[in-house]
Design a protein around this ligand. Structure first.
Ligand SMILES: *Cc1c(COP(=O)(O)O)cnc(C)c1O
Length: 456
């Protein structure tokens, strides 16, 4: 920790780390500035091209809703590291929990010498998750790993092998989860062969399919029955709001109908809440908005304030189907990550962040819908809580406009707002601010994005 007491230089240098990071945007240089350009050169020499970054700069500090870069630019964070730092960057309880744990021990391996932090996280998930009845939770490191393990458990429990996922699904980048993921580029292209016994069926995308929930579910169930067969199907997996696929909310009634069909046919329903979970949508889990009770839920991203942690929470009798020693991993449920999760959960509870997510939704949707009124390129403003999206089309043809989307996002980034896109057709701007963001930063970021769109 720096002991310097001099005030932060006002230009071209990161602020002093001993003082709080001002919660205001600042452009000290163009982005990338000179230091970022040097780092880009070093990156090209040692990091493969396949690993690419959205913001053309490098972080040195992040706090609350601001990320500071190497050139002293302060960026408004509308990405939260892809829906991870929902409690705000460097949230106090996360930082202090991590510091305390690091001083005690960093690792013993839960499979060797277990520790209480893992149990605290599992107990919290038992309390908060909408899985019915008694639950069990196993912890892992990444979202993809949680999805893999949910599928393993579902197969062990049902004695069946097939797994069905939906159009526009995103479940990760490992062999099995690439197979579950719908979109070819950039996630799957040239990386096959993919895991077998994965089937894809139609979902619900009201803007494009114009089907109500019941009709879309009937179409999906017909595909499940005729193309897979319930007798072969271990599980159906779906994100309650599809994330990478475009922040697609299925029509009301779609998810309950799918879950009912699963229950009646001995098929497990896995809710992949890795992006939608953990307060992001204004409830602990997005499944709650739909009134569904999944057999298994995967969580990651927002669960641990930025530390790598993921979980599979499921009905006790389902989870206990996997034999002793069948689940685990060297780092799964690492004690430092568990301490961070406990701090993040406490922050969400004590700071009322579920409610804050709902306020962000109201404020942001009002701003974006006002912009949409006089911009026919905005086909839809949608989402829940602080998981919001703007879908952009060519108004003449209704075709997805990926070029416009990337121009608008690039302009917003150049103006100092971390702006992400998504969508199977790359034509969705997505907003994932930390739930702790203040109104001023939120409004400024929104204005920059709608200005960037107007000018694009
Ligand atoms: C990000 C994400 C994953 C993969 O998580 P990783 O930690 O990147 O492996 C899986 N499912 C959903 C819905 C996600 O958003």
């Amino acid at each position: 920790m720096s002991t310097a007491t001099t005030p932060a230089a006002e230009h071209d240098a990161p602020s002093e780390t001993s003082a709080p990071l001002p919660q205001s945007r600042r452009l000290a240089t163009e982005i990338p500035g000179p230091r970022a350009q040097e780092l880009q050169e070093r990156q090209r020499a040692v990091v493969p091209a396949g690993v690419s970054s959205i913001m053309p700069t490098y972080a040195v500090r992040a706090e609350g809703g601001i990320v500071e870069d190497v050139d002293g630019n302060r960026l408004i964070d509308f990405g939260s590291g892809i829906a991870v730092t929902s409690v705000g960057a460097s949230a106090e309880r996360v930082v202090s929990g991590v510091q305390r744990q690091v001083e005690q021990f960093t690792h013993t391996c839960f499979m060797v010498t277990p520790y209480e932090g893992y149990l605290q996280v599992a107990e919290k998930l038992a309390e908060l998750s909408p899985v019915p009845g008694e639950t069990r939770t196993a912890l892992f490191n990444s979202g993809a790993e949680a999805v893999e393990n949910a599928v393993k458990v579902a197969r062990a429990h049902t004695g069946k092998q097939a797994v069905a996922a939906f159009d526009h699904a995103y479940h990760g980048r490992t062999t099995l989860t690439m197979a579950l993921t719908a979109k070819n580029r950039p996630y799957k292209h040239s990386f096959g062969p993919f895991a077998p016994e994965v089937y894809r069926v139609s979902g619900s995308y009201p803007l494009h399919d114009q089907l109500d929930g019941a009709a879309a579910a009937a179409r999906a169930i017909d595909q499940l029955q005729t193309q897979v067969g319930a007798e072969n199907l271990a599980a159906v997996i779906m994100e309650p709001i599809q994330g990478e696929g475009g922040f697609i909310e299925p029509a009301p009634g779609f998810l309950p109908a799918i879950v009912d069909w699963c229950r009646q046919n001995g098929v497990l329903f896995i809710a992949d809440e890795i992006q939608t979970g953990f307060a992001r949508t204004g409830q602990w889990f997005a499944s709650e908005h739909e009134g569904i009770q999944p057999d298994l839920i995967t969580t990651a991203k927002g669960i641990a304030g930025g530390l790598p942690l993921s979980a599979v929470t499921g009905r006790a009798e389902v989870m206990d189907s996997a034999h002793a020693g069948g689940l685990g991993g060297t780092y799964g449920g690492n004690p430092v990550a568990c301490a961070a999760a406990v701090g993040a959960i406490e922050t969400i509870e004590r700071e009322g962040l579920l409610h804050r997510a709902q306020e962000i939704e109201e404020r942001a949707v009002a701003h974006l819908r006002a912009a949409a009124q006089h911009d026919a390129r905005i086909a839809e403003v949608r989402g829940r809580g602080a998981m919001l999206a703007v879908e952009l089309v060519d108004p003449a043809t209704g075709a997805p406009d990926a070029a416009l989307t990337s121009r608008a996002a690039a302009a917003a980034r150049a103006a100092g707002v971390i702006t992400l896109t998504c969508g199977t057709h790359g034509n969705v701007i997505r907003l994932l601010p930390p739930l702790s963001i203040g109104d001023e930063l939120l409004d400024e970021g929104l204005q920059i994005i709608t200005d960037a769109l107007a000018a694009a």
